[in-house]
Design a protein around this ligand. Structure first.
Ligand code: PBE
Length: 301
């Protein structure tokens, strides 16, 4: 008798515990009348620790007095952050993320950047093309095309959305190039084809940089270069250009996000200017969090 009772209780426990924990871990829908902090355990959902937006967010936690009010930044990865965002968004739950544009998350979800009165993240960013010293002399054709490479956030987003939809980045790049012959021609006009020359481009595998790097790599392949692209963390990207282990990167978010590397490697690279303007980095929340519109609101509301 006792044994059967024990087995029944044990089975019941196995059944119930997961349900209870699921319920308890389940964040309730956003309550605009209650303070936000307790609803999300004072946690901002971040990405890879080496990203510039993470460093800026640590600064924001201090400058906005959030750190001393228990707020913390949870490092993870872009994919982990966007899947958490997806779950929260579908259940109208509260969430604060480290966001940036261009990025498909702003197309897929109705998100808003939080106002940043202390200008920690900067108003807008531009993405610059950085090449190794001597590239102009050694590979003038590549140098010219990299110098001319310039497109818009909308154009970058169209490639990113294809990749986010499951298309291979290389294929998405080829499709975009086929659909935008006039613009690509502006980058390659009068540049002679090359043969048997290789080129190495490094980047950080953020969705935005996967799009830009695959597009410029394919344009340079169409010019005759044997192009290899290699993904790595932010600091190694800058080191690869400064040590001439690589020829170029098109992933320098400036003036704030990559400021540290720009000054650390000053004089050891050539900056060819912006290949995209109108980018933005900051803290973002779903628009259904009607009460939260400024970084200050994280503390006060
Ligand atoms: N990002 C995307 C990068 C730059 C590109 C915003 C994640 C960063 O934070 O460094």
């Amino acid at each position: 008798m006792k044994k059967q009772k024990f087995i029944k209780l044990f089975l019941l426990a196995i059944l119930i515990i997961p349900i209870i924990s699921a319920c308890s871990s389940q964040t309730a829908p956003y309550k605009s009348k209650e303070k936000l902090g307790p609803q999300i355990n004072y946690t901002i959902t971040g990405i890879d620790a080496g990203a510039g937006v993470m460093a800026s967010t640590q600064t924001a936690l201090k400058d906005y007095g959030l750190e001393k009010n228990n707020w913390q930044l949870q490092p993870s990865s872009t994919s982990a952050m966007t899947s958490t965002l997806d779950k929260s968004y579908k259940n109208k739950q509260p969430i604060v993320i480290t966001g940036w544009q261009p990025h498909w998350m702003f197309t897929k979800y109705k998100l808003k950047f939080l106002k940043d009165p202390k200008n920690v993240y900067g108003k807008a960013e531009h993405i610059n093309t950085i090449v190794r010293k001597g590239l102009k002399k050694d590979k003038p054709e590549a140098y010219t095309i990299l110098d001319r490479f310039h497109w818009t956030p909308k154009q970058m987003s169209s490639v990113m959305l294809k990749v986010n939809g499951g298309m291979d980045p290389d294929k998405a790049a080829k499709q975009w190039i086929k659909k935008n012959p006039k613009l690509v021609q502006k980058w390659t006009k009068g540049v002679k084809k090359v043969h048997g020359q290789s080129l190495k481009i490094t980047y950080v595998a953020w969705d935005s940089e996967i799009a830009s790097t695959n597009v410029i790599a394919q344009v340079l392949r169409d010019q005759g270069y044997k192009v290899t692209i290699q993904a790595m963390e932010m600091q190694p990207v800058w080191a690869s250009i400064s040590t001439k282990a690589a020829d170029a990167t098109v992933s320098a978010w400036l003036p704030k996000t990559s400021a540290k590397f720009y000054s650390d490697y000053k004089g050891k690279f050539e900056d060819l200017g912006a290949n995209l303007e109108g980018a933005k980095v900051g803290l973002a929340v779903p628009k259904y969090m009607t009460n939260i519109n400024s970084i200050d609101d994280l503390k006060n509301k």
